[in-house]
Design a protein around this ligand. Sequence first.
Ligand SMILES: Cc1ncc(COP(=O)(O)O)c(C=O)c1O
Length: 381
Amino acid sequence: MNTKTLEQTYELSVYPRRDIVLVSGKGARLYDEEDREYIDCASNVGVSNIGHGHEAVANAIYAQYLALGNCYSMFYNPVRARLAEKLAKLAPADLNLVFFCNSGAEAIEGALKFARSTTGRQEIISAMRGFHGKTMGALAATWGPEYQKPFAPMMPGLKHVPFNNFAKLETILSEETAAVLLEIIQGEGGVRVGDKDYFRQVRELCNSKGVMLIIDEVQTGFGRTGTMFACEQFVTPDILCLAKSLAGGIPMGAVICTDRIKVPIKSHTSTFGGNPTACAAALASLRVIEQEGLIENAKTQGDYLLEKLRRIENKKIREVRGLGLMIGIELKEKAGPYVQRLMEKGVIALLAGATVIRLLPPLVISRDEIDTVVSVLEEIL
Ligand SMILES: Cc1ncc(COP(=O)(O)O)c(C=O)c1O
């Protein structure tokens, strides 16, 4: 059986598939089994910020796995210790304590539990069109009946308000609210950037009511928006959720909290959380981001891409929006067929809702590659 048939036969069918078999990648390029080349504008949905096949991360994983691949956090470990220090120093002031896990949804689970245990309250408010993952707690915070309905009932205590609408949040937030959970830019929800003023007001309201502000940067973290974390440009949270590109492509998540967080010992743990192999990969990946100037590249190439896209004259485009290398092209019609056509022409892009083409290229993407992407896009539109 070939690869497609094997996967279709032996895996649960839960992913809408694209009809290619990817076998390798280098930098911002991907290759399929027929050796066709693609410019990657998806980064595995925001995972491959440093590009594919980076030797620094491969070497770090190899060396660490030989030295000590796993080490449950009941024991101390120097690699984990260094990564915790590094993340605490990179995170906005006041966020000093790290909890390691393995995915974005797991980071959200941790954040929700920490907010409840700290405040002694149950209610969580998140945003319509927000996406926070699909485990049961995260799913209750994620917006969308198509995700929630088959798995009802949802975890109680979750409420949704329109994103970027302070008045609505203010009316619903109460003495029962433990946390407000928001993305800075709603990724799955259509690449919608919140206003600075909105986040400032949310911060003030949370302060005045003793409510924790959780910011989900699973998709926007690690240079994607032109700063290490998008929140640096908008608001300081009490809890920051990270995953995806944290460990250069190896599964890892992290929750970074203020030291006001109270969580009983043993109440929240994870076998693989903070394993030294992933920690070594994360340290190597963070070094690559710093040494190769990828945050600056995300800003300059992102500005360039955004401007080029905005100059396209095409009646099918409703709006082009985004920040850094996180860009959405909203069409006046369904975007799925265009994402398919892009792939046929050698550009792998994502959807964000029904009508938005989402571009999340690796932060190593070059100007020439961007020029190619834009001309292919113009052509297929
Ligand atoms: C903003 C955001 N939060 C959480 C998640 C869930 O991450 P994971 O798929 O690693 O559970 C995602 C995944 O796309 C995301 O974009």
